[in-house]
Design a protein around this ligand. Structure first.
Ligand SMILES: Nc1ncnc2c1ncn2[C@@H]1O[C@H](COP(=O)(O)OP(=O)(O)O)[C@@H](O)[C@H]1O
Ligand SMILES: [Mg+2]
Length: 404
């Protein structure tokens, strides 16, 4: 049985600078018990897909269902079977980890006792036993993500949406969170995981849908996608970047198509027809030219290569300035968003840890930016009618906003 299904969903946002065609016809079929990676650069439409499926917004056209329940017609039923975790923690800073989770349970009408028991259970599962009794404001980024993720699991959802769960985390915390997510999906939960990190999709997803400019441009397992690119690449790391021009020429001579130079200007690779032969030729020419290399070798295509081939755009680090400007424009546009001012989730450009789709995250250095302000969808708290009349997460968001 297909658990998550969308057919031709489109979404156009109104904005001051004109309509933004965020989704232009997205078809997705995710089988029960599998992890689907929705991989795409910033602005590709990932969050919009998640918002439609989690009933936060409605698509303009097309259909979407989870377990054959139509998301537009039965939002309440959908909400009772899903969990959502957003890009940023939006937990209540002054409550402890345990209290935060308990609060989520109460919002889901679990009752005080069950909410407490479930919160304790999750604190253990997520390895937060020591931190559970401390206010969240002292938590590290990685711990916040864990609490946020735990919040999405309070009701044992059948389907879990993880919207860029590790964006902005340092590499170690990212690895830690991957372990947590892996354990989780080992239990048979169906997961839609959006990410701009190729490696994350590679590591966690059974199948990957590559999304760009509002549509799915390729689908398959990581291996299938890599096989589409085919062949090998010869790669070299130079001792002296000043040699790059010469090395490019050599690679151009023995490779297929344009050599690719990374942002550091030290690494270069090129697609080749026959790996070993091409490598020998490249090495001989490098030697003859007196170019010293740290290493050189043959490698299989990565998802990076897949992405570049599919989208055709060499999303390079040199676009950083444009990206920053783009991000600023986006932020500026936020106040005229059509969804009642709810800030969108497009501020994923927090620094650029390695492995992100190049160019997509090269802007905006520094810590997670607007932090908790950004995510109405965070934490799976979507009860229309919370017991105390105000969404605690809204409060948390406002408070966090005021502090910044
Ligand atoms: N509420 C909104 N109003 C106007 N434009 C939006 C809104 N939300 C998202 N967008 C725009 O729609 C496109 C897709 O955004 P999004 O789904 O957040 O992409 P992703 O999550 O892949 O970064 C982007 O160009 C983004 O700026
Ligand atoms: Mg997003």
């Amino acid at each position: 049985m297909a658990t998550i299904q969308t057919r031709g969903i489109t979404k156009t946002y109104a904005s001051r600078s004109g309509p933004v065609h965020a989704l232009t016809g997205v078809d997705l079929t995710v089988e029960a018990g599998t992890v689907r990676g929705l991989l795409g650069p910033n602005g590709a439409g990932k969050t919009t897909v998640v918002k439609v499926l989690t009933t936060l917004i409605q698509a303009d056209a097309g259909s979407a269902s989870i377990n054959d329940i139509d998301v537009r017609r039965h939002p309440q039923r959908i909400r009772s079977i899903i969990g959502v975790s957003g890009q940023y923690s939006a937990v209540d800073e002054n409550l402890t980890g345990l209290e935060n989770l308990e609060m989520v349970g109460r919002l889901y009408h679990l009752g005080r006792k069950r909410a407490r028991a479930r919160a304790k259970e999750l604190i253990d599962v997520f390895g937060l036993a020591e931190a559970g009794d401390r206010p969240v404001k002292g938590f590290s980024g990685g711990m916040r993500r864990r609490i946020d993720l735990a919040g999405a699991l309070v009701i044992n959802p059948q389907v879990l949406f993880l919207d860029e769960p590790t964006t902005g985390l340092d590499p170690r915390s990212r690895l830690g969170l991957w372990d947590v997510i892996r354990d989780l999906v080992g239990g048979g939960t169906t997961v839609l995981l959006t990410t701009q990190y190729l490696e994350e999709a590679d590591q966690l997803a059974d199948e990957i849908s590559v999304i760009d400019a509002g549509r799915v441009i390729a689908e398959g397992t990581a291996d299938e996608l890599k096989a589409q690119v085919g062949g090998h690449r010869v790669a070299a790391t130079l001792v002296d970047p000043a040699d790059m021009a010469a090395v490019r020429d050599i690679m151009l001579r023995h490779g297929e198509g344009e050599p690719r130079v990374d942002g550091s200007g030290r690494q270069v690779d090129v697609a080749v027809e026959h790996g070993p032969v091409a490598l020998q030729r490249v090495l001989a020419d490098l030697d003859a030219a007196g170019v010293r290399v740290h290493d050189a070798g043959i490698r299989r295509p990565t998802l990076d290569d897949v992405f570049l081939q599919l989208t055709g755009h060499m999303a390079e680090e040199s676009d950083a300035d444009d990206e920053q400007a783009g991000a600023r424009r986006k932020r500026g546009r936020r106040d005229d968003h059509e969804d009642g001012g709810a800030p969108d989730g497009d501020t994923a450009d927090t620094g650029s840890p390695g492995g992100a789709i190049a160019g997509a995250t090269t802007g905006i250095a520094g810590p997670a930016p607007d932090g908790a302000d950004a995510h109405p969808e965070t934490g799976g708290v979507m009860t229309d009618d919370p017991p105390d009349g105000e969404r605690p997460r809204e409060r948390a968001r406002h408070r966090a906003g005021a502090e910044r």
